[in-house]
Design a protein around this ligand. Structure first.
Ligand code: UDP
Length: 330
């Protein structure tokens, strides 16, 4: 039986596909290639190009594959874009989940591991953020993902589809050999932009706000290595395969780094100056996001291997140096 990875040509999806294949799983990938990259998909996985909202297309995939369960990464994920184009997010992300759950029900597929996000919590009440904390998103991206969690909860009650929602904090890094990595168009994430500045592809980094209530005034985020995240998806899949019920887990390191601290660590790793300027706050940014991650460690047995921000940055820098234009397919 196969694991069907939706969005398997994206940044986190492609690292998870690679890890699944390396662990001997039979893997099929669906990706629309709107933001994904065909070259990012491990060649041992079968690839289907199409959109998860297209139920006829999805039925042909489920017809050809004996799907044991789904890992779902296929969503738009840029917070500032979602503030400007919320309906794009509710259509692709939220409606995409409706269509998927319908087809899963038709084919009697009862397991789904889902890419959720810390953005479902919104501005935290307390730090670190626990899975039981209120989920009150401050942007349409987070709202679209919270709605997807809610739909899975009711689909569990009605149809017995078991889910694990993995609420990611900030993901960074790349496979250690530099063969796959992060390549977004446009790039909006902090670390890849910092490394573009280090490489001389951009003149300087704009830091969005230095007047937050944090030790140095810049936002604090919790960074996890993409391969540790990939491991968590595989553990979550095994958790469902073992017959456990639906659940949600934070995936973070439980350590926060400010945007300025990330720049300093990147200067150390790259040996480059990385000029910065302070720019206005970015709409929808909570001031501090740090995960309580003991639940994933205790229940899933998750043990992140990268516990050091410089080691994470180094893998991203390797990827950037070997692929200065990313996959060069856009
Ligand atoms: N950020 C920044 N300059 C940039 C890109 C991002 O100062 O060019 C900040 C952003 O405001 C946030 C942090 O970096 O405080 C992480 O943002 P990112 O978009 O990487 O991830 P998010 O936390 O939104 O998921």
């Amino acid at each position: 039986m196969s694991i069907l990875v939706l969005g398997g040509a994206g940044y986190i999806g492609s690292h998870t596909v690679d890890q699944l294949v390396n662990q001997g799983f039979d893997v099929a990938v669906v990706d629309s290639l709107i933001t994904g990259h065909r070259a990012a998909v491990n060649t041992q996985a079968r690839f289907y190009e199409g959109d998860i909202r297209d139920k006829d297309f999805m039925r042909t995939v489920f017809d050809q594959e004996d799907v044991e369960g789904v890992i779902h990464f296929a969503a738009f994920s840029i917070v500032p874009e979602s503030m400007k184009a919320p309906l794009k997010y509710f259509d692709n992300n939220t409606y995409g989940m409706t269509a998927l759950l319908e087809v899963m029900t038709e084919f009697d597929v009862k397991k789904i591991v889902f890419s959720s996000t810390a953005a479902t919590y919104g501005e935290p009440r307390s730090i670190p953020i626990k899975e039981t904390d209120p989920q009150i998103p401050t942007n349409p991206y987070g709202e679209s993902k919270l709605m997807m969690e809610t739909m899975m909860r009711w689909a569990d009650k009605a149809y017995g589809i078991k889910f694990v929602a993995l609420r990611y904090f900030n993901v960074a890094g790349a496979k250690a050999d530099g063969s796959i990595g992060e390549d977004h168009h446009p790039e909006t994430h902090l670390l890849p932009i910092v490394l573009q500045v280090a490489a001389g592809d951009r003149a300087e980094l704009s830091i969005f706000g230095d007047d937050y209530e944090t030790p140095d005034g810049t936002n604090v985020r919790d960074y996890v290595h993409v391969l540790d995240l990939a491991d968590a998806h595989i553990l979550a899949f095994k958790y469902l395969a073992a017959g456990n019920g639906s659940n949600a887990f934070n995936l973070g390191s439980s350590t926060g780094f400010s945007n300025m601290e990330i720049v300093k660590a990147a200067r150390k790793v790259t040996g480059k100056a990385i000029p910065t300027q302070i720019a206005p706050r970015r709409a929808g940014d909570p001031s501090t996001l740090i995960a309580a991650s003991d639940k994933a460690r205790g229940t899933l047995g998750w043990q992140p291997k990268y516990d050091n921000i410089e080691a994470i940055i180094e893998t991203a820098w390797n990827w950037h140096l070997s692929h200065p234009a990313g996959y060069a397919d856009r």
